[in-house]
Design a protein around this ligand. Structure first.
Ligand code: ZN
Length: 201
């Protein structure tokens, strides 16, 4: 790698920092880029550059966006009365792909580890506190998952909201048997939750 011309060496060094890429595969990628027309490589370079310069966190929901506030927060067809909490941005993307949710989001940017329970400094809750203080949210939907950290975070936030805004409804995504599955193939915890959150028929 030492003998590579400086511009190539610099690119290989940067590429090999990407997950799954060692120096050899980084060099192979760099050689592919060299075969591209100059306009194409410039376009790629610009896209990487713009990623940092033109992408921000939405001040209201914390989503990655090129306009602040983001398109979801400013969409007049969506209701700000329902606020869906997700831990990371990609969970929001998955929910959005479904196209069935028409409320707002708030991205927590992480979850509370069990030992953080007493002091939630590891989680930035300022955005949530500010949003709740606006007084428009009537329901908070927890879409945080079912890990110990998710349960812990959901409980912490539910208590926080119940203390300050007892009139706000706090819900969570239903948990249970996935569509198309059979009871005999379910694990015990999924079945327990399905029984606990059973619905009227
Ligand atoms: Zn937003």
């Amino acid at each position: 790698m030492q003998r590579l011309p400086e511009p190539l060496k610099a690119l290989v060094e940067q590429l090999s920092r990407l997950p799954g890429l060692g120096p050899k595969s980084a060099l192979r990628l760099a050689m592919t880029l060299l075969k591209w027309p100059a306009s194409e490589t410039r376009r790629l370079g610009r896209a990487v550059h713009d990623l940092r310069d033109n992408l921000h966190l939405c001040g209201r929901c914390g989503a990655l966006t090129d306009v602040d506030p983001c398109g979801i927060c400013t969409d007049p067809a969506r209701s700000g009365e329902t606020l869906c909490l997700v831990s990371e941005w990609d969970s929001m993307l998955t929910l959005e792909e479904g196209g069935f949710y028409k409320g707002h989001y708030l991205i927590l940017g992480g979850l509370l580890a069990p030992l953080d329970n007493l002091h939630a400094d590891s989680l930035d809750l300022d955005r949530l506190t500010r949003r709740m203080a606006e007084g428009t949210v009537r329901e908070v939907v927890m879409a945080l998952g079912t890990t110990v950290e998710a349960e812990n975070t959901a409980t912490y936030i539910r208590n926080m909201i119940a203390r300050q805004y007892p009139q706000v409804r706090v819900t969570r995504l239903a948990q249970g048997i996935p569509l198309g599955s059979e009871v005999k193939f379910m694990d015990r915890e999924t079945l327990r939750q399905s029984m606990q959150y059973r619905q009227d028929l």
